[in-house]
Design a protein around this ligand. Structure first.
Ligand code: FEO
Length: 164
């Protein structure tokens, strides 16, 4: 049986993953509104990955006999500025998620909750990948700027995510 502390922390993380999905959906719509269909696609795929992250934690919590307590999801903004700003905000958001995952991992370790620790290991690794991928997109965007042909080339590359 999972401890109440761990259960509360997992429920909070489930909410963070769902809020991430909501945020990336809003960002996707924002890009779509600017006719950047590739960036919109990338963010839409990201939104469904975030939902999968939440689902994985929900399954784990229930398997451990924990109680799922879904909370309200914070409404994201509707405007995120230029494309570079969209991805800078994505990177900042992922760094925030990494801190939360690390704190959760530390809690599992302190509680000697080995099952949670092992499950959370996947998230620690996933965050390394998330930050690296988004960091690279930010670098590429900064290199080409948000005017001119380069950004449309990047947009077409981003449109391939989830479609290969
Ligand atoms: Fe589920 Fe992008 O962190």
């Amino acid at each position: 049986m999972i401890s109440k502390t761990m259960q509360d922390a997992l429920n909070a993380q489930i909410n963070s993953e769902q809020a991430s999905a909501q945020l990336y959906l809003a960002m996707s719509a924002h890009c779509e509104g600017k006719s950047f269909k590739g960036f919109a696609n990338w963010l839409m795929v990201q939104a469904s990955e975030e939902t999968a992250h939440a689902m994985k934690l929900i399954t784990f919590l229930l398997d451990r006999g924990g109680k799922l307590e879904l909370k309200p999801i914070v409404a994201p903004p509707t405007d995120f500025g230029g494309i570079i700003q969209v991805f800078e905000q994505t990177l900042a958001h992922e760094k925030g998620i990494t801190s939360k995952i690390n704190a959760l991992f530390e809690l599992a370790r302190n509680e000697k909750d080995y099952a949670s620790e092992i499950t959370l290991q996947w998230y620690v690794t996933e965050q390394v990948e998330e930050e690296a991928n988004v960091g690279q997109i930010v670098e590429h965007l900064r290199a080409v700027g948000d005017q001119g042909g380069g950004i449309w080339y990047l947009d077409s590359k981003m449109g391939k995510r989830g479609k290969v």
